[in-house]
Design a protein. Structure first.
Length: 186
């Protein structure tokens, strides 16, 4: 049973990433998710939070640590390089290492990839396809909030997790380069 330590921006993130990792790696994975309260807190605190993940599992480290943040309108490779520089020279005790992941734009970008998943969570209310390059949408969160509102769904962590749970992974791979990068790191 693999264990993951997730360091993320906020409370909407763990349900999405946990459900995706369960589907990508192991349905019996265990998670220890630490929310930072925003990207600036994540960037400032994640090196120390990685140390906390070394003893979080009854005194033992998680198998793999993932630090995941939104890139906004900056290139994800630039963000990941900046993250890597903050832990350069540090050693952590995770058997499968530490992975640094930047989601192009924001987490909600990924949830827009499969309109059928949103429709399924919305109990059959039809949601239209979001066309174009999803990773160029500057306010994916606002777009998803509007779609959910029209579908009579509240913007809640468990709703986002349910969308991630129903999303077609092949569609996400096809439409989202940052998802492919994330998958390779899981």
């Amino acid at each position: 049973m693999p264990s993951y330590g997730l360091i993320v921006e906020g409370l909407y993130d763990p349900p999405v990433y946990e459900r995706l990792i369960l589907r990508l790696d192991s349905p019996d994975a265990r998670f220890f998710s630490l929310e930072c309260g925003g990207v600036s807190n994540l960037m400032k605190n994640f090196p120390g939070l990685l140390k906390a993940l070394e003893t979080i599992d009854s005194g033992a480290p998680v198998d793999k640590a993932l630090v995941i943040r939104d890139s906004g309108n900056r290139p994800r490779t630039e963000i990941e390089k900046e993250m890597r520089s903050r832990i350069e020279g540090r050693r952590y005790r995770f058997p499968q290492g530490v992975e640094l992941c930047a989601v192009r734009q924001e987490t909600e970008t990924w949830l827009l990839a499969d309109e059928r998943a949103i429709s399924s969570v919305a109990e059959g209310r039809t949601v239209g396809v979001v066309n174009g390059d999803l990773e160029d949408i500057l306010d994916a969160k606002g777009r998803l909030r509007a779609i959910l509102s029209r579908s009579k769904l509240d913007y809640l962590p468990q709703v986002l997790g349910s969308i991630a749970d129903c999303s077609d992974l092949a569609m996400m791979r096809y439409r989202l380069p940052s998802f492919r990068s994330f998958e390779a790191k899981v």
